[in-house]
Design a protein around this ligand. Structure first.
Ligand SMILES: [Fe+2]
Length: 249
């Protein structure tokens, strides 16, 4: 088994293309996506059309925001969600394709469990909306609650900050472990990072390859200038959403 686990694409088609190409070059046998296919970026339809082909996909909070009434988003994110919804309902597009994308999003599950592995967008306690940030290792109560729900390993996204949380309350960003982590007896929560909007200061797209017991973080360069220009050209998408792609913040 060689499984790529990707998350938080956020309608960044250039980032997704680069990651899918890297995945193909790694001889990966299956791709799981942890949600937030859309929101923020300029290519929601194209990204959904690629993610539909994944072996498993979960619902993210931005996907849910586009499907229903967005709640708890800041104004820039909310405007992006409303614009995204317009793209998915565009009457100039093929009605059948619109319906296919809409049905796909509407049927996405909130979690997945198999062989001691759990997959969520946010956290084991609140799979859609709860953030688990690196500084949460200082919040023992929260981490004990979360690890109490993890059988062995939980893969998650949502913060866009990659790294491994251990039950012993350590956090290892990829650069501190040579981008590799060996799953052992200790329970871990693994944030796989973000394809389309990394926020750990490294602007390259990020994802994880799981091979038996070994995790490998991959960082992939992509044509972010093109993505940024597309964002600038769409009035409803704040320029900040482009600028942050340069900084990886
Ligand atoms: Fe996200």
């Amino acid at each position: 088994m060689k499984r790529a686990i990707i998350s938080d694409i956020h309608s960044n088609l250039e980032g997704l293309h680069a990651v899918l190409e890297d995945i193909e070059n790694q001889g990966v046998t299956e791709i799981y996506c942890l949600g937030d296919i859309i929101g923020y970026g300029p290519n929601p339809r194209e990204c959904i059309d690629l993610i539909i082909k994944c072996d498993a996909c979960l619902l993210g909070n931005h996907d849910q925001g586009a499907l229903f009434d967005p709640e708890g988003f800041n104004s820039g994110a909310e405007r992006a969600i409303f614009w995204t919804r317009e793209q998915l309902e565009d009457p100039k597009e093929n009605a059948k394709e619109n319906a296919r994308r809409w049905d796909f999003l509407g049927e996405l599950p909130r979690n997945r469990k198999e062989d001691g592995l759990m997959y969520v967008h946010g956290s084991p306690r609140n799979p859609l909306n709860e953030y688990v940030f690196p500084e949460d290792i200082y919040n023992q109560r929260k981490m004990e609650k979360l690890f109490g729900l993890v059988e062995k390993t939980c893969f998650q996204g949502h913060t866009h900050v990659p790294g491994v949380f251990t039950e012993g309350l350590r956090f290892y960003p990829p650069e501190e472990m040579d981008s590799k982590y060996k799953l052992g007896e200790e329970k871990v929560m693994v944030n796989v990072g973000s394809v389309g909007q990394p926020r750990d200061g490294d602007p390259r797209a990020c994802y994880v390859i799981l091979t038996e017991e070994t995790l490998q973080y991959q960082r992939v360069e992509y044509d972010r200038e093109t993505t940024i220009q597309k964002i600038y050209d769409i009035a409803e998408l704040d320029n900040f959403l482009g600028d942050r792609l340069l900084a990886g913040r």
